[in-house]
Ligand binder design. Sequence first.
Ligand code: SF4
Length: 363
Amino acid sequence: MKYIDEYRDAELVKSTLKEIHRVVTKPWVLMEICGGQTHSIVRHGIDQLLPDQIELVHGPGCPVCVTPLELIDKALEIASQEDVIFTSYGDMLRVPGSSKDLFAIRASGGDVRVVYSPLDAVKIAYDNPDKKVVFFAIGFETTAPANAMSVLQAKNLGLKNFSVLVSHVRVPPAMHAILGSPYNRVQGFLAAGHVCAVMGYWEYPPISEKYQTPIVVTGFEPLDIVQGILETVKLLEAGKIEVNNAYARTVTYEGNQPAQEVISQVFCECDRKWRGIGVIPMSGWCLKPELSEFNAESIFDVQDIQPQESPLCIAGEILQGLKKPHDCKAFGVQCTPETPLGATMVSGEGACAAYYKYGRIKE
Ligand code: SF4
């Protein structure tokens, strides 16, 4: 398969790893932002094949993981209502709120439906004018264009029974928060290739310059990952502060301009709470005030939910690259993918779930 198989070529991966071993002379801490990259790294054991001087820490780029618990609880409350059809991507259905999940709501008679596109939810609203149809619009920059499009389409159709429960998050403010922390350990970033496919990487040079940290746009296949690491290590070893693109087959500097235009028509920047981390200023996208008729949080009275996270959970430190999943005492004991206590175990893309799945009890 063109552009996939080539990037799984074991010989090419081995020779790139060899080159990393050759060029590295000092210890470096690199962060991969995206949960998909974390999963690929742990699945293929890439971190274990790197020189001892290179440590990979895992960033907050798992959208399901960082969706705040109170928003899950709001979704559960809305989905429980009799006149509601609650629609979501499938991966949100098993994410536990404070006491249950969307599967449980469906089992007890709630109309909870999996959709593969938010436009499917618009169609459900069109076909069911006597019901209130809500779409759970979560994710990073990758899902924002389609979610924005659903609002525009509902507006064009004149639908009064469609709304979105929004928890969009953005990568650049999270990078600011991590690099600006007094406890920061990250010296180089692998930026998330799919986010950059939408947004380009024009937002990154000021971050790289401000924190004197090289950033390399990186893909998801094993060869993509090791190429991104090699590029970052080369920059670090040479003392160069640059933003480079190691995923040029997909990403351009400007990104997908029509997609960015659709996002800007529907969303505006706002403060956003990240599960496990807390509020990061201007790190989210919210519906523009003129589109508030599509805002599920305004339509349904669900503003006052304040759930408590498990005191055992150190997901916030993991998501900032300060700790690893097996540093958590609850890892694999009280907390498993079947009984997740925190952000990084709730989704297969979370670092704790990846470590659990691939048996990383200790390094
Ligand atoms: S293992 Fe569970 S409790 Fe521990 S940090 Fe990960 S998600 Fe939190």
